[in-house]
Design a protein around this ligand. Structure first.
Ligand code: GAR
Length: 187
């Protein structure tokens, strides 16, 4: 039996997609979803999906061992950042080497780093008139979006694509690839 913990900060559509993917796979359990936003939509999704959802604040995350203790009690095989926007404290990275992964909505190393998330990324892609974009699934290290790349997938950007259209193309890639890569890493 493998255990996953998910971290999310917002809507949680990737969380929902991952939960649904593993629903009929009895050897993988989604132990819970941790969020840094009290009113994040992901918590509503957790309620609907019957998944544990837990909120923590900045103090708990950076100044205490609260999240570490929760993780220690779960003993996750993989920690998955699915739209989680805070930097992971070093003690967590040290405790779980090569066990924390993130998805970024662009082809890193392009359009990464602090402040590059969600629609900001897609607006930057549009502004650059890039002809392609995509997703990057990577290990998490001390620096934003710099850990070793596990998987990338690309999609074309047409000159007439708005940032919203780019976002929906990228989202499709996320839904298709992220659960499969998680499954592979757990195998
Ligand atoms: C996803 O597109 C994910 O790649 C992105 O946030 C979105 C979350 O959507 N993550 C980042 O930008 C991290 N730098 P969701 O809450 O609907 O899953």
């Amino acid at each position: 039996m493998k255990n996953i913990v998910l971290f999310a900060s917002g809507s949680g559509s990737n969380v929902e997609n991952i939960v649904q993917f593993f629903q009929d796979k009895p050897n993988v359990t989604i132990a819970g979803v941790l969020t840094n936003k009290r009113d994040a939509k992901v918590l509503d999704r957790c309620n609907k999906l019957n998944i544990n959802g837990l909120y923590f604040n900045k103090h708990a995350f950076y100044e205490t061992d609260c999240v570490l203790r929760i993780l220690e009690s779960i003993k996750p095989d993989l920690i998955v950042l699915a739209g989680f926007l805070w930097k992971i404290p070093e003690k967590l990275i040290q405790k779980y080497p090569n066990k924390i992964i993130n998805i970024h909505p662009a082809l890193l190393p392009k359009y990464g780093g602090k402040g590059m998330y969600g629609m900001r990324v897609h607006k930057a892609v549009k502004k650059d008139r890039a002809s392609e974009t995509g997703i990057t699934i990577h290990y998490v290290n001390e620096n934003y979006d710099e850990g070793a790349i596990i998987h990338q997938a690309k999609t074309k950007v047409l000159p007439e694509d708005t940032p919203e259209i780019i976002a929906s193309k990228v989202q499709l890639l996320e839904y298709e690839h992220f659960p499969k890569i998680i499954e592979q890493l757990l195998a």
